[in-house]
Design a protein around this ligand. Structure first.
Ligand SMILES: CC(C)(COP(=O)(O)OP(=O)(O)OC[C@H]1O[C@@H](n2cnc3c(N)ncnc32)[C@H](O)[C@@H]1OP(=O)(O)O)[C@@H](O)C(=O)NCCC(=O)NCCS
Length: 208
């Protein structure tokens, strides 16, 4: 049975945002992270499956970090640095919309990236699952949505392994690098989530 939205919209900046998923720690970005993440986000190929362009200068990375702090303060997003071996090596966030005129939405949109040196070890699957849990349990969201470019197989697998339900294809949705790109769209509601996170979708046996 779906519950009604919380009477009082929580203040994101008052939540305990530190998370430990086992192999990595999640925490809000701080200014000093610029040195660790600029080398990642400045590679020209790195953001090709996302909405932004590679950073040309550390000041862009600094502006990104400051924007995450501002979004937390204005209650519109939680963005975590993914810390591995003491350094920020990735990012995961929920852009949150609480209401639209007379409508309550209580909805988060999930997005993420990780340093290529850490790909293929199941880290983002672990992190995305922890953030989905946090979104429903700690923030009190009713729905989490996410999407990826149709040929971003790694991201598609992360989304599927976190238990998201496929909603549909948005054909020729955005233009990037000389072509129209189709989005795959997914969502998960709070009432669906308890089933998903206890099934084999998430706790599946390791590959042999
Ligand atoms: C998407 C991304 C976060 C995945 O992180 P990760 O920690 O490597 O992900 P995981 O190891 O948890 O899972 C990756 C899955 O994709 C698969 N995969 C990885 N690279 C792949 C490739 N090139 N082709 C096909 N499958 C691939 C892995 O085999 C694994 O699936 P499996 O468990 O079924 O074998 C990482 O690749 C990344 O940061 N990419 C650039 C940014 C980006 O695309 N962000 C998402 C935008 S929607």
């Amino acid at each position: 049975m779906a519950s009604a939205p919380r009477l009082v919209i929580p203040k994101l900046s008052e939540l305990a945002l530190g998370l430990d998923t086992g192999r990595v720690k999640l925490r809000p970005f701080v200014d000093a992270d610029v040195d660790a993440i600029f080398p990642i986000v400045s590679k020209s190929e790195f953001p090709r499956n996302m909405s932004w362009a590679a950073h040309a200068d550390p000041s862009e990375t600094q502006a990104f970090i400051r924007a995450t702090t501002a979004a937390l303060a204005d209650n519109s997003a939680v963005v975590w640095a993914i810390e591995h071996e003491g350094r920020a090596q990735g990012c995961i966030g929920l852009d949150i919309e609480w209401q639209l005129r007379a409508l309550r939405l209580d909805r988060g949109e999930l997005g993420y990236w990780l340093a290529p040196s850490l790909w293929g070890q199941g880290i983002m699957t672990e992190v995305a699952s922890a953030v989905v849990r946090y979104g429903f349990e700690a923030i009190g969201l009713h729905k989490i949505t996410t999407r990826c470019f149709v040929d971003n197989t790694a991201s598609r697998r992360v989304i599927e392994k976190a238990g998201f339900r496929f909603v549909g294809r948005a054909e020729d949705d955005v233009w990037r690098d000389g072509r129209w790109i189709t989005h795959l769209s997914y969502e998960l509601t709070a009432p669906e989530w308890p089933d998903v996170h206890t099934t084999m979708k998430l706790n599946r046996p390791p590959r042999t």
